[in-house]
Write a protein that binds this ligand. Structure first.
Ligand code: GTP
Ligand code: MG
Length: 305
C-alpha cells in the first residue's frame, strides 16, 4: 500500500442531513455501484455505510449516515447516535440538503449540532434537477445565512451533475495520507449486510407508509446450491412487528412477497455476479424496534460506534 509522503491525499468524509435529501443516492453515485439502499421514504438508511473512491492521487472514504431526526423510539435514538458519532475524526462534513425543499426545523436541528465543530462543513445542495438554475444563488444564500459553510456546491446525485466538481473540491481539503483500502474495494460492508439491505429496499418500495419502520431483514444462510454449483442460495427472513403487517408483506396469494423476492434477486445477482435462488420468509417479532436485544440481533451494533 501507498504511504502518505508522496503527495497522495486521503481522508474520511461524512454525509449528513435530514432524511430523504439524497445522501445514499450520492454515495452510490460516487462509488458507481449500489451499496446503500435508497427510497422515497424518510429514514431509509439505518446504519452507517462506507464507500471508497480511489484515484491515482487520492482516496476518499465516504460515510453515509441515517437521516437525522429528533428520535421518537429506540431505533431513532440509535440512528441519531450513529450519525453524530461520525462527526468526530472526519476531514470533511457534507451537509446535504434538497434544493426543492425549504430550510426547515429538521435542517436546523442538524446544523445546530454542527455549530462549534472544527471540521470544514460543505453545503451540498442536491436535487438541482428539480429547480430552475436561476433560483440556486438565492437558495444557497438562505443556507449560508444559517451556517458558515466552507463551500456550497449544487449537485444532482440522481443525474450526476457537478458531482466531479464536488469531489475535486473535497480533495483540496484532505490531508496527505495513506491509501487505507485497496483501489478496487468500494465498501467496507460485508455482502451479507448489503443483501439484507437490498431485500429491505424492495419491501420498502412495495409496501405502504405503515410498514417501513417495522421491517428488518435477517439473512439466515448464503451458500452454493447443493445441486447446481453456479447458483447461490440465499435464505432470508423479513421481520415485522404485527400479524397484520405479515399479511401485507405477503400479499394476496403471496404475490407481494413474490415480487419483493424477484426484484431483490436481480439486485443480489448483480452484486454477487452469479445466479441466485432467493428463499424469503416472513416472521412476526412484536415491538422489535423498542427492544435493544432485538436491535442487536438484526445487526444494529451500538458497541461499534
Ligand atoms: N430528483 C432528484 N431526486 C433525488 C436526487 N437524489 C436523490 N433523489 C431521490 O430522493 C429520495 C431519497 O433518496 P435517498 O438517497 O434514499 O435519501 P437519504 O438522504 O439517504 O434518506 P435517508 O436514508 O432516509 O436519510 C429517493 O427517491 C431518490 O431517488 C436528485 O439529485 N434528484
Ligand atoms: Mg440513506
Amino acid at each position: 500500500m501507498q504511504q502518505g509522503n508522496n503527495g497522495f491525499k486521503s481522508g474520511f468524509i461524512s454525509i449528513i442531513g435530514r432524511p430523504n435529501v439524497g445522501k445514499s443516492t450520492f454515495l452510490n453515485r460516487v462509488v458507481g455501484q449500489k451499496i446503500a439502499i435508497m427510497s422515497d421514504k424518510p429514514q431509509t438508511t439505518r446504519n452507517k455505510v462506507q464507500g471508497v473512491v480511489t484515484t491515482n492521487s487520492s482516496q476518499m472514504v465516504f460515510i453515509d449516515t441515517p437521516g437525522i431526526n429528533e428520535p421518537r423510539h429506540k431505533l431513532g435514538d440509535f440512528m441519531l447516535r450513529v450519525a453524530k458519532n461520525t462527526f468526530r475524526e472526519v476531514d470533511v462534513l457534507l451537509f446535504v440538503a434538497s434544493a426543492d425543499d425549504r430550510i426547515g426545523k429538521q435542517d436546523r436541528f442538524v446544523l445546530d449540532m454542527l455549530k462549534g465543530i472544527d471540521v470544514p462543513v460543505f453545503l451540498v445542495l442536491n436535487k438541482i434537477d428539480q429547480v430552475h438554475p436561476d433560483n440556486l444563488p438565492k437558495i444557497i444564500e438562505g443556507y449560508r445565512n444559517e451556517f458558515d459553510f466552507k463551500e456550497a456546491i449544487p449537485i444532482s446525485a440522481l443525474q450526476g451533475n457537478n458531482v466531479e466538481n464536488l469531489l475535486a473540491k473535497i480533495t483540496e481539503y484532505l490531508p496527505e495520507g495513506p491509501q487505507y483500502y485497496p483501489a478496487d474495494q468500494i465498501t467496507d460492508h460485508p455482502e451479507r449486510f448489503i443483501i439484507s439491505e437490498l431485500i429491505r429496499e424492495k419491501a420498502l418500495h412495495l409496501t405502504r407508509e405503515e410498514i417501513p419502520h417495522s421491517i428488518a431483514v435477517v439473512i439466515e444462510k448464503i451458500a452454493p446450491d447443493s445441486e447446481n454449483k453456479d447458483m447461490i442460495r440465499v435464505q432470508a427472513t423479513i421481520m415485522v412487528e404485527r400479524d397484520s403487517q405479515k399479511g401485507i408483506v405477503i400479499g394476496k396469494k403471496g404475490v407481494l412477497l413474490k415480487e419483493i423476492g424477484s426484484r431483490a434477486r436481480k439486485d443480489i445477482e448483480n452484486l454477487l455476479g452469479s445466479k441466485v435462488y432467493l428463499e424469503l420468509w416472513v416472521k412476526v417479532q412484536k415491538d422489535w424496534r423498542n427492544k435493544a436485544v432485538h436491535l442487536r440481533d438484526f445487526g444494529f451494533r451500538d458497541d461499534e460506534y
